[in-house]
Design a protein around this ligand. Structure first.
Ligand code: BGC
Length: 745
């Protein structure tokens, strides 16, 4: 018996290791999370680099500091220095473009895997998935000969209408860093540099090229910078992209406070700062502030870039020292040596569009789908008694890989929900498909956003009567209707924010018409950012949320609908009842004009809703399952801790339903009577765990006491306030069932 037990625990341990689970199971059966840590750039090549620099002309060195084609700088052939090859982006390796323009080359060998967009990845609440993502996309970058992947993009989601909300990860700095670190580590395991972007405070698209972002120091440190800081200090990201906007009066690419004081001096960043495309506005100032590589569009010649001929002239005129140029050129060389791009023996070769990568994309998508409502238990679909299903809506067949500037990917494989349902439903089930709505735009018009007016395309919101009639007929003649609605990549896109939360393309009317035709209607949203779901929530019993979810998005979604997968996605942001409830809008501080002041300060996302007691439509961290979970016996391993300690909180997660499932245990910290202003609660730990139906598992969430620190502005130090902290545990910021109090000495 004893032997059998030993054998089982050994097998379990082996399983844990070989599955690269982000958990370690200790001897007493407790799960703790894996720590992901990257390797910093090595200094071992410095002497070689000095020798190379001494042989280079000024022109050659300057050539390394600016774009020489759309996605490379200039190499120095005679010295064996290759160009630095960069590629977008966050959803997969972008197709090859002409060297001198944005026009695609239409090659047939640049297809890539489409990975779930930021919202989908963050909804997994699973650092292991972020690591899979990074490793997989990094392999694709290598296979395409890239040195730098222009990803991940993870600015904090300050407003639900942000054009890049779909691409970014979350409104919470803790969740953000816990996903960004493994992502970066994964990418860089492949001799590819991650380029973390957009540094920093690039939280809106309106006026993004000029807007001056103003916020207090604590807000900067506690909300907008933590993921960048961890990406640099823990994951050791090798490159950083300087954002378009200004921060406290200075463009990010010429901002000494952000690039020099914080990034280099405080965080010890050794890599290179790459400008966003056309984000440089000066020569001496941007170089001396810390921009290493100016990228952008042909203007008409790359020689005219600020860090091209004007830099050569500045050195010749004596306004910029050649030693300054050397410093930046050395950084580029250091990166190339570390990536094995020079002396490239043993460099990873990568692989692309492989079944293994599609499987990675599937695995991520499979943990990202969020079940918002299932009050009549229509889900999972019980196909036994069903003869016909109406599949309605343009998003049943839409593909989302392409669209919206840099975040597009050309892929051979994108399974749509309709294709997946056809493949997975028993052949006896008849599918009655109707398109329902068209995703059409009117010519561009001037639209008012708060105080500013910008030009953007408005959607056509009148439904075509014939299409409505077809949808209603399909719903009527079917046992059940599944509506695929939401948004798309032309509506949610880089370079423009949405004006409001309204569902575009007349979809609200379609949802109501279909529901009236068939009460058994399941509404599935595919979108990357919050929308107005009030009416849907009120009138429908079953609501599912999916994302621009990659090559396998349709398969993962269909598997959730059919019960092959138990949904475990959780919202990475708050779904407000109305836009004016969201902090940036409630404080009338979006989008500003020449400048924008983040008046809500620390109270971003649920921090605002939960501190001000504003009820959201769906809270941060929310997502249902086909089973139910209970949390019990929450305890900390000690009563009192000192600042260097780690608090280990254990909680029993009991699966009280009939299906196996994964749950995300979330730990929020509250500090009553704090001497500084704080949000009512802040996420400080979480763990995703698989629990079999009817059984329980003890999960450990480790919270380093340092994680409880606030940024003390006068001393410029992270400071842990002594006293009692209450940890609240549950499965959303609004459903907290267990509590533990601890004391910090
Ligand atoms: C985006 C970046 C992107 C770059 C290159 C910019 O417009 O902001 O995220 O990497 O273009 O395509």
């Amino acid at each position: 018996m004893k032997n059998k037990f030993l054998y089982l625990s050994a097998a379990l341990l082996l399983f844990t290791v070989s599955c690269k689970e982000n958990k370690t199971t200790t001897a007493d059966g407790k799960e703790t999370a894996t720590v992901y840590e990257g390797k910093d750039l090595s200094d071992e090549y410095d002497a070689k680099i000095d020798a190379i620099i001494s042989k280079m002309t000024l022109e050659e060195k300057v050539g390394m500091l600016h774009g020489f084609s759309m996605f490379t700088n200039e190499g120095v052939q005679r010295l064996g220095i290759p160009e630095v090859h960069m590629a977008d982006g966050p959803l997969g390796i972008r197709e090859e473009l002409e060297r001198m323009s944005w026009a695609p080359l239409h090659l047939d060998n640049d297809y890539a895997t489409f990975y779930p967009a930021g919202g989908g990845l963050s909804a997994t609440w699973n650092p292991e998935m972020a690591h899979t993502f990074g490793k997989s996309i990094g392999e694709e970058a290598r296979a395409r000969g890239k040195d730098i992947l222009l990803a991940p993009a993870f600015n904090i989601i300050r407003t639900p209408v942000g054009g890049r909300t779909f691409e970014y990860m979350t409104e919470d700095p803790f969740l953000n860093k816990k996903l960004v670190v493994p992502y970066v580590v994964g990418v860089q395991e492949n001799n590819v540099a991650a380029c973390i972007k957009h540094y920093a405070a690039n939280n809106q698209e309106t006026n993004r090229g000029t807007v001056d972002v103003l916020m207090d120091e604590r807000t900067l440190r506690e909300i907008y910078l933590p993921a960048f800081q961890s990406a640099v200090m823990e994951a050791h990201a090798y490159s950083v992209m300087g954002a378009y906007n200004k921060f406290r009066g200075e463009y990010l690419c010429e901002n000494p406070y952000m690039l020099q004081n914080i990034l280099r001096e405080e965080w010890g960043f050794k890599g290179i700062v790459i400008s966003d495309w056309d984000a440089v506005h000066s020569t001496k100032k941007s170089l001396e502030a810390g921009t290493d590589l100016e990228m952008g569009t042909n203007k008409p010649s790359f020689a005219e870039f600020y860090l091209a001929n004007p830099l050569i002239e500045a050195v010749k005129a004596g306004t910029v020292s050649e030693a300054e140029v050397d410093k930046h050129a050395k950084r580029v060389l250091k990166l190339l040596f570390n990536l094995k791009a020079i002396d490239g023996k043993g460099r990873e070769k990568g692989s692309i569009s492989t079944n293994a990568h599609f499987k990675d994309a599937y695995n991520i998508a499979s943990e990202s789908v969020v079940l918002l409502k299932n009050s009549e238990n229509l889900l999972p679909l019980k196909t036994d008694g069903i003869k016909s299903i109406a599949v309605i809506g343009a998003n049943a067949t839409a593909k989302h890989a392409q669209g919206g500037f840099g975040a597009g990917v050309k892929t051979k494989r994108e399974v749509t929900p309709l294709e997946a349902l056809k493949a997975k439903l028993p052949s006896s089930v008849i599918i009655n498909y109707a398109e329902g709505y068209k995703t059409e735009f009117k010519p561009k018009a001037m639209v008012k956003y708060g105080d500013v007016t910008v030009e953007r395309a408005e959607t056509v919101n009148e439904l075509n009567p014939k299409m409505i009639a077809e949808a209603v007929a399909a719903a009527k003649k079917s046992d059940i209707a599944i509506l695929f609605v939401g948004s798309n990549r032309n509506y949610e896109t880089e370079a423009s924010d949405r004006a409001d939360l309204a569902l575009p393309f007349g979809q609200q009317a379609l949802i109501e018409a279909v529901k009236a035709a068939n009460p058994k209607t399941i509404v599935v949203f595919i979108a990357g950012a919050p929308f107005d779901l009030n009416k849907t929530e009120k009138e429908n019993s079953t609501i599912v949320w999916s994302w621009y979810n990659g090559s396998e998005g349709g398969n993962a979604l269909a598997d959730v609908l059919l019960g092959n997968l138990n949904p475990s996605g959780k919202l990475p942001w708050t779904m407000p009842k109305q836009l004016s409830d969201s902090p940036a809008h409630a404080t009338n501080s979006f989008p500003g004009n020449a400048s924008v002041t983040y008046t809500e300060g620390l109270l971003v996302g649920y921090r605002w809703f939960d501190t001000k007691n504003v009820a959201p439509l769906y809270p941060f961290g929310y997502g249902l399952s086909y089973t139910t979970f209970e949390f019990a016996n929450a305890k900390a391993d000690k009563k009192e801790y000192s600042t260097d300690d780690t608090i280990n909180v254990t909680v029993e997660v009991k699966n009280t339903g009939k299906a196996d499932g994964k749950e995300v245990v979330q730990l929020y910290s509250a500090k009553a009577g704090s001497k500084v202003s704080r949000a009512a609660k802040e996420l400080k730990g979480f763990a995703k765990t698989m629990v079999k139906a009817g059984s329980s598992k003890t999960v450990t969430i480790s919270v380093p006491v340092k994680e409880l620190a606030y940024y003390e502005v006068t001393t410029k130090k992270w400071t842990v306030e002594p006293g009692t902290y209450t940890f609240k545990l549950g499965n959303s910021s609004r459903n907290l069932k267990a509590e533990v109090s601890i004391v910090v000495k």
